[in-house]
Write a protein that binds this ligand. Structure first.
Ligand code: TXA
Ligand code: MG
Length: 337
């Protein structure tokens, strides 16, 4: 069965249209919706059977906890068992926005959401449609990215239809997302705040409030602690993640040995920082040399190259600088597919 698609103007979300999606959420159905990062696959976060459907639709391992989306700080406090001054300060500074805060959970949050952990990841998305949908539903909304497990996250409703199709009751289409890669996940439950998943809110941004913040599970740092990780040590960070169908090869310089052989191969696609100097037989995606533009375009480029049927995707690695950390992390994972 094909899902019902509701088109919403992100600048003027139409309540009458969104109400239908909100009702489906309240009644335990699945609604894919846009956030500023990627499209989410939403379900009523306090309804274990609804949440179960997310795992089924995604083919996601049950050890992988799901982020709960809220429309306000007040709603986050109703889900959290403890809300520290640090959590409050971070939420005031970065919400709505691409930062997920992991805090102790209340008993009402089903184990199915948190994969048995006593913590919950909370986030208030910076997207008028997401916020209005959550408000109209009147419940917190559990939502992982709306893709099959390990596939590339969707940044457009068409990606959701291609990847999940009939497994979703309603898809809310408000056009492409603006940030383009998933939120930063910050744990506030240990002795020190720690970044579990890098995102476009970086350690430098968090330093304003937190001072130095450490990272965990960042493959671009050479750590593989999460390869076998269970829920206790932040899952969802398995190395194979965000991978397209094609094989991904990362390279550092356009003229690099082994890479030039692909230039004449029409089954080799490319993701580059700058327009290439030579004609390439296969499709080339140029994402630019600014992290925000690059992040916005990355997943759509991977989806297009997959749709073009290329066998290999060659990706020029951005420089090993802090501002590229989240993007380099996603590229490493795509290449581990
Ligand atoms: O931008 C995003 O975060 C998107 C949009 C839809 O909001 N969502 C998303 O969800 O990327 P998902 O399920 O694909 O990734 C959730 C990440 C995983 O790395 C998971 O391990 C982590 O958040 N996470 C969620 N709850 C957690 C918890 N209680 N403790 C530790 N990590 C948690
Ligand atoms: Mg995901």
């Amino acid at each position: 069965m094909s899902p019902r698609v509701i088109r919403i103007d992100p600048d003027h979300p139409d309540d009458a249209l969104l109400q239908a999606a909100a009702d489906v959420l309240r009644q335990g159905g699945l609604v894919a919706f846009p956030t500023e990062t990627v499209y989410g696959l939403g379900a009523h976060a306090l309804d274990p059977e609804a949440v179960e459907r997310i795992y089924e639709a995604k083919g996601r391992p049950p050890t992988n906890p799901i982020i709960v989306h809220v429309a306000s700080i007040a709603q986050a406090r109703q889900v959290a068992a403890e809300w520290s001054e640090t959590a409050q300060a971070l939420a005031e500074r970065f919400w709505p926005g691409p930062l997920t805060l992991v805090v102790p959970k209340r008993a009402e949050v089903p184990d199915r959401v948190t994969a048995g952990l006593d913590t919950v990841g909370l986030r208030m998305p910076d997207h008028p449609v997401a916020l209005r949908l959550i408000e109209l539903a009147g419940v917190p909304v559990a939502a992982p990215s709306a893709n099959r497990y390990t596939a590339v996250s969707p940044t457009d409703a068409a990606h959701v239809i291609d990847g999940l199709g009939g497994a979703v009751d309603i898809i809310v289409d408000a056009g492409p997302t603006s940030v383009g890669i998933e939120s930063t996940v910050l744990s506030l439950t240990g002795e020190e705040p720690r970044i579990l998943r890098p995102g476009m809110v970086g350690a430098a941004d968090l330093a304003e409030l937190l001072g130095d913040v450490g990272h965990r599970g960042d493959l671009s740092e050479g750590s593989e602690v999460h390869a076998e990780a269970g829920p206790a040590s932040s899952p969802g960070l398995a190395p194979k993640h965000y991978a397209p169908r094609a094989e991904v090869i990362l390279y550092d310089r356009p003229g690099e040995p082994g890479i030039t052989d692909h230039i004449a191969n029409p089954a080799s696609g490319w993701i580059a920082l700058h327009p290439p100097e030579f004609d390439h037989a296969g499709p080339v995606e140029v994402l630019g040399d600014q992290p925000t533009d690059y992040a916005r375009g990355l997943y759509a480029a991977l989806h297009r190259l997959d749709a073009a049927g290329v066998e290999t995707v060659l990706i020029e690695q951005p420089p090993p600088q802090e501002r590229w950390r989240a993007i380099r992390d996603r590229l490493q994972r795509a290449a581990t597919g």
